[in-house]
Design a protein around this ligand. Structure first.
Ligand code: DGY
Length: 322
């Protein structure tokens, strides 16, 4: 019997490719990233399995082009790049990689928060520009304390909860907003207080976003919410760029309606060289590296392969998009 075919829109770890080659006839896209649309449409036509990445748009047109597709396995926890409803209608299994990247992503949210409040990257820019004068005076280049500040977490799922634990270790007070309030006992265990979204934005010193991107969360952070924030407060986003209306955020930062932002994700990635965020001193930027540690990326590859195997066999992936 001939091997089933699997297409990968970019390279995975060698150990993962080796596993895949044992079972399937695989083809890995090389060259321009993300894969050009025309090539994706052509390559997906006859395969049974697809391994994709967050920058690949797997929409209705792509799914329609894939006549034999049984499984899509995305190398990410986010799946807003896939038309899930349409793929489900076609009976395609969809796997993703939560859990294994929770610690790494939570660590990055905390890293960005510390950086922003203590102005580390800003200082790095000052030094590299050759502008480091004698700055040790009472008012020179001061950041703010982390401990005793209030962190408002939007979305207390897997990653949000770990961020809460980390923040408590820094002596922060933690409040959260979630679509569904957690039970009192879980709140007590985590040491977090529930808040409405409006109240969280008005009371927090730092807001950190941990919701998935979907039709309900698209641009949920807009000017009206940003205006509720304290002038000396900050926002951190390691979830998805489109959760924030980026123009509203830029306006709020320029007008000093808030003190700063640390962003790992953006409306368009990579960001345009003319994006005003690049000119703002009160902003820390990261190139979408939430899950980007060697250990985590290897675990993601392992899960991606396992999800694909199960999906192609007509079973629910280990982590199946519901
Ligand atoms: C994810 O896995 O969704 C991370 O944001 C990396 O893309």
């Amino acid at each position: 019997m001939s091997k089933k075919r699997v297409f990968l829109t970019r390279r995975l770890h060698e150990f993962a490719l080796k596993e895949l080659r044992k079972k399937y006839s695989i083809e890995v896209h090389s060259g321009k990233i993300p894969i050009p649309r025309e090539k994706l449409l052509k390559k997906i036509a006859n395969v049974e399995g697809l391994i994709c990445f967050p920058y690949d748009k797997i929409d209705k047109e792509v799914i329609d082009a894939a006549k034999n597709l049984h499984a899509i396995s995305t190398y990410s926890v986010g799946y807003d790049h896939i038309d899930i409803n349409y793929a489900k209608k076609r009976g395609i299994q969809i796997g993703y990689t939560p859990d294994v990247l929770t610690d790494a992503t939570a660590d990055l949210a905390i890293t960005l928060m510390l950086d922003l409040l203590r102005r580390v990257t800003e200082g790095d820019r000052i030094i590299r520009r050759g502008d480091w004068k004698v700055i040790y005076g009472a008012y020179d280049y001061v950041g703010v304390d982390i401990s005793k500040k209030t962190l408002g977490i939007v979305g207390l799922g897997r990653i949000g909860r770990v961020v809460a634990q980390r923040a408590k270790a820094f002596g922060m007070n933690v409040m959260y907003y979630n679509r569904n309030r957690l039970s009192k006992s879980v709140e007590q265990k985590l040491g977090v207080k529930y808040s409405t979204l409006n109240s969280l934005f008005s009371k927090s010193d730092v807001v950190s976003l941990h919701v998935p991107h979907n039709s309900q969360t698209n641009e949920m952070v807009n000017l009206s919410l940003l205006k509720k924030m304290k002038k000396n407060s900050y926002i951190v986003n390691t979830a998805r760029g489109k959760i924030i209306n980026e123009s509203d955020l830029i306006f709020a930062l320029k007008k000093k309606l808030i003190a700063g932002a640390a962003l790992d994700v953006f409306t368009n990635e990579p960001i345009d060289s003319k994006n005003p965020l690049l000119k703002l001193e009160n902003v820390v930027l990261a190139p979408h590296i939430g899950s980007s540690t060697a250990e985590t990326r290897a675990k993601m590859a392992e899960i991606t392969v396992k999800n694909l195997n199960r999906g192609i066999a007509g079973k629910n992936p280990i982590y199946s998009v519901k």
